[in-house]
Design a protein around this ligand. Sequence first.
Ligand code: NAD
Ligand code: MG
Length: 383
Amino acid sequence: TRRVQDALEAYRPPARLPVALGDRSYDIVVGEGLLERAGALLAPVLPARRVVVVTDETVGPLHGPALRAGLEEAGFQILAELAVPAGEASKDFSKLQSVLERMLAAGADRRTGVVALGGGVVGDLAGFAAAVAMRGMPFVQVPTTLLAQVDSSVGGKTGVNLALGKNLVGAFHQPRIVLADMATLRTLPPRELRAGYAEVAKHGLLSGETLWRWCEAHGAALVAGDVAAQAHAVLESCRLKAAVVAGDEREESAEGGRALLNLGHTFGHALEAESGYGGDLLHGEAVGIGLGLAAALSARLGQCSQELPGRVISHLEACGLPARIRDLPRRHSASALLGRMRKDKKARDGALRFVLLHGPGEAVTTGEVSPAMVESLLRDEGC
Ligand code: NAD
Ligand code: MG
């Protein structure tokens, strides 16, 4: 009986969260052991029991076998398992072409599902391949990084990079279902887990006091591996992102909408670009520093309490993230960062775009902040 009790206590049924997008609606399933049940979960949402799996060379060997077993158990035929090299460099045209050619050579047709097993790189690449192959194949996200589970697998943005910049080519292509399996996070390097957590903290700040206070209370446990905290964060992050995306699927809203999800990202993208995309600074690490700077900018403009920036910075520090520019090994120049911000895809007519906070749960977009104000903030931060 002891063992039955243990099993009962350990059993958490997967949670399902709907993303309401009319005839493109889908569910995000959050739980443990979903790969082993992937076939049963996918069968109702795919037109045929036939898939190609796209993954990377790190994730494939770790989690491909469980996914394969789960799919085959429900009678799925796996036409091909395609692995690209791990890392951002795989989000490019030559990898896209090779994925498309190998998929079609393996016999994929318009009813074949494309299953992305991996982080945001695999999700963006496989999703874009699914969007353009034969003008659209059904697509499934199986995110295996925290960043992909709380952010990139939801919302339908797919694409690849150009030498000119990141994500400059892409399509909106919503998945048929998202399977966020907490078990996959156990093999994720801790630094990647922490970096993904920065997007959770972002969602906390956007969502309101409830989720932000939850982050302050449980963020450190989450990055230390607490599975229940991870599942809660994925669910609440996806709830926030799904609600925002449902109101502004294609990022067309002039104010608010999906643009609010860029909190911390004007600073973050500039830092990332200045550091080079070679892994010196992970996207989430740059976003974490960007969250602190966005709060500091908001406080300087008198838009939020003077305490908020300190609260954000101490929280990120408690979670083991670099929280301030001066924590970075490399010194950054304020004018170089400003130059990067002016070139940001989101900058309109040269005006800097920021998401500012009035407080947790109250974010606004603005194009009104003067470069001089931003430059003096960066200098005071040690640039
Ligand atoms: P990633 O896909 O490169 O994964 C990070 C590293 O972790 C890789 O080396 C990968 O092989 C490894 N990995 C992944 N899962 C693992 C696991 N379970 N165990 C062990 N190792 C594992 O990076 P990411 O941070 O997941 O995603 C970043 C990408 O996502 C960027 O290209 C970014 O542009 C994109 N993105 C897209 C959206 C969107 O809306 N589409 C949103 C945010 C970010
Ligand atoms: Mg981001």
